[in-house]
Ligand binder design. Structure first.
Ligand code: ZN
Length: 134
């Protein structure tokens, strides 16, 4: 079962500019910036009630975010749902016919284990599962 929307990921060209922009929009600053080397991204997080907004900037020209922006421009990149047990959910969703992008959870930003579902199996929406690392 997916518990709630944990965060929404937005692809941006320039993290610093977008941190300023979204700080104005939300009326509050981001609470952290984190590089995820394995994904070739720099991220920042804003907390809005129970939900976070993650901004993602590519740090390498071949990262998924760079390719996304090249194809579609800036905008909503993924929706992340919190799960209790990512291994169990990956197993369940695979059985339901969803296509997992990777077969093992990866380390994501914000102390999470994450996994992505291919957007072609989820009506064009890139879905991230995330579990708090224990
Ligand atoms: Zn995310």
């Amino acid at each position: 079962m997916l518990k709630k929307v944990e965060h929404i990921g937005i692809a941006v060209k320039n993290l610093e500019n977008s941190n300023n922009l979204f700080a104005k929009l939300f009326g509050k600053d981001h609470y952290k910036v984190e590089k995820v080397e394995s994904e070739g991204v720099s991220t920042s997080f804003f907390m809005l009630g129970e939900t976070k907004i993650e901004l993602l900037e590519a740090t390498q020209p071949d990262s998924a975010i760079a390719k996304f922006i090249e194809k579609k421009g800036e905008g909503i990149h993924h929706i992340a749902y919190e799960v209790e047990d990512i291994y169990a959910e990956m197993e369940r969703l695979k059985k339901e016919g969803f296509e997992l992008i990777h077969q093992q959870p990866k380390e994501g930003a914000d102390n999470k284990l994450i996994c992505f579902l291919h957007p072609k199996s989820t009506n064009g929406v890139l879905v991230e599962l995330c579990q708090e690392r224990k």
